[in-house]
Design a binder for this molecule. Structure first.
Ligand code: ADE
Length: 303
């Protein structure tokens, strides 16, 4: 179970998001919870949404207490159950938020899920579930936020993706889905620019620690294995992701759209740690050289 956080803070000025309204999917745990907390701390009204009502209720109560204890009383936090794979539930998430808060300025698509498996072991059902959650769910949330509100009033969308820049071995389904969301972000940034909607993405490294992420991997040692391959030689914090999200939502990013910001301390520039390739001789070279029988002969290795 996730440990309770004892403090919320922000580098951004108090009331930066006063009179703004945000939806954060997956806002009750991990990175989503940090984003929701920082937005609340900055005066934003926040709707958190996820599939599990009991978890949402518990998280909402804890978050309200925390914000109130920081002297930021009357936290405007509401929650709604929503499975982002279900079109009608997404439609309700957006319409309910607009009716509760009167507007919708920000959408943070953080809700997602996956399970580790080599590609060969992923069933069609498992593949479809991950694509539907991470790609289709994000698309539906974007489309409904746009058609129900942002088309007429403008707004800002931030899609949370992943460290899939070198492929995502053992997570090929979510790697494919997140990569698609990276591209979706660019398409929507162009299509909706004329309506005053900015669309960006944030790609947290796999080295961002949260108990939710640790549970998701089902491997308590995974973060120990990540560590040597992170240039910063430390794990990242969820609040180091929420700062980037708040920046992109803020007027400081008013000229940024269609961009993806990596929050990985340069980890994606450093060798991949997720998959080791043993020595083998199965890579067949192609060469223009032929032997006397006309067979192709590989060039002699210079090594
Ligand atoms: N988080 C993980 N899966 C989700 C889903 N299907 N809907 C909303 N939040 C989620």
């Amino acid at each position: 179970m996730a440990a309770c956080r004892s403090k919320v803070s922000s580098v951004f000025r108090p009331n930066l998001f006063k009179d703004k309204v945000a939806i954060v999917t997956g806002g009750g745990t991990g990175i989503g919870k940090a984003i929701a907390l920082e937005l609340l701390y900055l005066g934003c009204k926040v709707m958190i949404a996820s599939r599990k009502m009991d978890r949402l209720q518990k998280a909402a109560k804890e978050m309200k207490t925390l914000i109130d204890s920081q002297g930021r009383g009357s936290a405007s936090l509401k929650h709604v159950e929503c499975n982002i794979r279900k079109e009608e539930q997404v439609q309700h998430l957006i319409s309910h938020t607009i009716s509760e808060f009167g507007q919708l300025d920000f959408l943070v698509n953080n809700g997602g899920g996956q399970f580790p498996s080599p590609a060969e072991g992923i069933s069609l059902k498992g593949w479809n579930a991950v694509i539907e959650t991470n790609l289709t769910g994000t698309f539906l949330c974007c489309r409904e936020a746009y058609t129900q509100w942002m088309k007429d009033h403008g707004g800002v969308i931030v899609n949370i993706i992943a460290d899939m820049w070198r492929g995502f071995p053992l997570m090929s389904h979510t790697g494919a889905a997140r990569s698609a969301v990276d591209n979706l972000t660019k398409s929507l940034a162009i299509e909706w620019a004329e309506d005053g909607v900015r669309v960006n993405a944030v790609a947290p490294g796999s080295s961002i620690y949260s108990e939710t992420a640790a549970d998701n991997y089902g491997d308590t040692d995974i973060f120990k294995r990540v560590l040597p391959n992170i240039p910063a030689k430390r794990l990242g914090l969820t609040e180091e992701v929420s700062g980037a999200v708040c920046f992109l939502l803020s007027p400081a990013a008013s000229y940024i759209s269609g961009e993806t910001v990596k929050v990985d301390a340069g980890g994606s520039l450093y060798p991949s740690w997720t998959w080791n390739i043993d020595d083998h001789k199965k890579s067949v070279p192609y060469s223009w050289e032929t032997d006397d029988n006309g067979s192709h002969t590989p060039p002699k290795s210079k090594l």
